[in-house]
Design a protein around this ligand. Structure first.
Ligand SMILES: [Zn+2]
Ligand SMILES: [Zn+2]
Length: 159
């Protein structure tokens, strides 16, 4: 089963500090150790976990993502207040979403059914095998190989 990312992805309403703490504990590292691997000051790292920091510079982000073993996109998402609801699956617009990027938080809203941009019905399951989509790392459904995105040439979705 390829569901590795789900517990490392940011959760709904998780702050940067809580997220960092959760990942750090998951790896069994001390604050000092994470700071060292990330190449940042232990004090600066402490601030992050206490939510005294709301934006990270590029270098810190790179360092943290390698120390906490997560894609730096995830940190971006948390900093921007974007959430990924991995335990409920992820919802996205198959037309507007670009593979390799995080979905827009408006699509993830629990009551959102249609894309705010283009009105397409949002998708949270594979159209072919109906497996829940839990990761945006893949362009295709890991179970059946169906692409998550609607090819732009097709005027309408089949269902
Ligand atoms: Zn759309
Ligand atoms: Zn599938």
């Amino acid at each position: 089963m390829q569901r590795l990312e789900s517990d490392t992805a940011p959760q709904v309403r998780e702050s940067l500090g809580k997220y960092a703490l959760r990942l750090r504990e998951r790896l069994g590292l001390s604050q000092k150790e994470v700071a060292e691997i990330a190449g940042i000051h232990a004090q600066s790292y402490g601030k992050i976990e206490r939510d005294r920091t709301d934006s990270l510079n590029h270098k810190t982000k790179q360092g943290l993502s390698s120390a906490l073993k997560i894609p730096s996109d995830y940190l971006d998402a948390v900093c921007r207040g974007m959430v990924m609801t991995t335990n409920q699956g992820i919802r996205f617009c198959p037309k507007c979403w670009q593979s390799g990027t995080l979905p827009d938080s408006l699509w993830l809203h629990s009551r959102a059914k249609y894309c705010y941009e283009c009105g397409t019905q949002l998708r949270e399951r594979c159209v072919s095998c109906n497996e829940q989509i839990t990761s945006f790392k893949h362009r295709f459904c890991p179970y059946c190989g169906t692409p998550y995105q609607i090819p732009h040439l097709l005027p309408n979705e089949k269902r």
